[in-house]
Design a protein around this ligand. Structure first.
Ligand code: NDP
Length: 272
């Protein structure tokens, strides 16, 4: 049986073991997927121990996604852009490949599960942390009309707009005036007390990357008459499916696992 797992701190809350065990059952793969809690100081030795014991792959969650960039031999292009790794594959030659499937998970959820397009849309991202960094390039690849960033620490948003300026129409949100958006994405780890002045277009989407709707953002989205209020559960299952595919070369079906998670989720996760 091949060994996989997820490393984080905390990690007990992670839904990844549930998701990967269902993927394994569904695709008749024989594998074990274990959550592993680790202190930052032991992160590197934990990876070594896991790899030496024959481990095949790991997911990385907060707060280690950025640290792991320096603990792999090769980064994929999307991990390089994101400057964060959420998936490690341990190859037979002993090398480690670091990848980032979060951005693809977001895009697949929006375009395949929700059947929406980001092309020519005006998009606002609230936040400029690891998750924002992971979705910026995949969003720009979808050719939006505009991608605006708004973050509590403005300098971090400025940095991101500079870094990705050559890849598409990205700029800082203009907080001094009301702006119109088709898609607003909350990529901040806390609920936001200050939300932007914005007008949402018809059929607009408010997407909270958290797995559960956070009340302030949801209230704001309702006040703005958002047509669809989505949470990050679909992205979570999609990013996991991409990791599973990288490791096992089989793409599991997302819909049944997402349905199980929605059932488990006491709160109604999406208006759609
Ligand atoms: P980071 O810690 O890297 O970034 C946190 C971001 O939130 C920063 O922009 C920070 O602003 C902002 N922030 C934090 N607290 C506040 C506050 N009180 N008011 C305003 N802004 C605040 O976190 P991540 O980017 O990794 O994660 C962000 C969210 O995305 C989390 O909820 C996470 O669970 C979710 N996520 C979901 C995934 C999925 O698969 N669905 C995958 C990855 C993440 P500042 O720069 O000023 O500190």
């Amino acid at each position: 049986m091949d060994n996989y797992g997820i490393i984080g701190n905390p990690v007990a809350h992670s839904l990844s073991p549930f998701i990967h065990q269902h993927f394994a059952k569904q695709t008749q793969q024989s594998l074990l997927y274990t959550p592993m809690w680790v202190e930052k100081n032991y992160l590197s030795s934990m990876l070594q121990v896991f790899q030496r014991s024959g481990g095949k792959g790991l997911n990385i969650t907060a707060p280690f996604k950025e640290d792991v960039v320096n603990l792999v031999d090769t980064l994929t292009e999307r991990a390089r852009y994101a400057r964060a790794v959420n998936t490690i594959t341990f190859l037979d030659d002993g090398s480690r490949v670091g990848d980032n499937t979060d951005g693809m998970g977001f895009i697949r959820d929006v375009t395949l599960n929700q059947k929406m397009t980001l092309k020519n849309k005006r998009i606002l991202i609230l936040g400029a942390g690891g998750a924002a960094r992971g979705i910026i390039v995949p969003i720009l690849q979808e050719q939006p009309a505009l991608l605006s960033l708004l973050n509590r620490t403005e300098e971090k948003a400025v940095q991101l707009t500079r870094e990705f300026a050559s890849l598409g129409p990205i700029r800082l949100a203009n907080v001094s005036q009301v702006e119109a958006y088709d898609v607003v994405i909350k990529a901040s780890s806390n609920d936001l007390s200050t939300l932007p002045k914005a007008i949402l277009a018809e059929n607009s989407i408010c997407y909270d990357l958290s797995y559960y709707h956070q009340p302030e953002f949801r209230r704001w989205a309702l006040q703005q008459n958002a047509a669809f209020i989505l949470n990050g559960l679909g992205m979570l299952v999609e990013q996991a499916a991409e990791s599973f595919y990288l490791w096992r070369n089989v793409r599991p079906a997302v819909a049944p696992v997402l349905a199980l998670l929605k059932q488990k989720n006491a709160e109604k996760p999406s208006s759609r």
